[in-house]
Design a protein around this ligand. Sequence first.
Ligand SMILES: [Zn+2]
Ligand SMILES: [Zn+2]
Length: 190
Amino acid sequence: MELSCSVCSELYDPSAHVVTTRCGHMFHNDCIITWLERSQTCPACRSECIATGLVKVHFNVTAHLEACTTKLVQKMDNLTLKLEEQAKTLKQMEEKSTKCREEQTIARQTLQDELDNITLKLDAQTETLQKIEKRTGKCKEKQNIMEETLQILLDEVRTQSTVIRDLEDKMDECTVGLGDFLTNMFDTSN
Ligand SMILES: [Zn+2]
Ligand SMILES: [Zn+2]
C-alpha cells in the first residue's frame, strides 16, 4: 500500500513529518500548515480544520522497511532471473558464434586445398603445353628442310626432262635420216 499527500500528491517518506486532521485525513505537516493559512478547512473533505488540532502520525517504519526490503528482494530475484536468462542466451550465442567460426575455418581450408589442387594441375598443363610448343617448333624446322630438298629434286627433274626432250629430238632427226638413206638404197637397186 502506498500513501500520498492530497495537497502535493507525493508519496510519504517514512522520515517525513506527517499529520492527521480531526476529520481523519492525512497530509504533510508543511503542506497542511500552508493550506490552513489560506483556508480553515480540510483539503480532502472541506470539514472545519485548525492548525492546533493537527496530530502527528508515527509510521511503523520497520514494517515499511521490511515491505520495501521484500519488494526489493523480489525485484532483485526477478532481475537475477532475467540476468541468468540473458547469460544463457549470451552463452548460446557465443556457442553459435564459435561453431560458425569453426565452420568458416573448415570452409576456408577446403577452398584453399581446392585452389592448391587447381594450381598444381594448371602448372602441369602449362609444362605439357610448353613441351608441345617445342615439338611443334622442331617439326616446322624439319618441314622446311624437306620442302627445300623437294624443291632441289624438282629442279633436277625439270633439267633432266629438258635433256631427255633434246635427246628425243636428236633421235627423231636420226630416224628421218635413216629413212631417207634406206629409200635411196632401194631406189638404186631397182
Ligand atoms: Zn504534502
Ligand atoms: Zn478531512
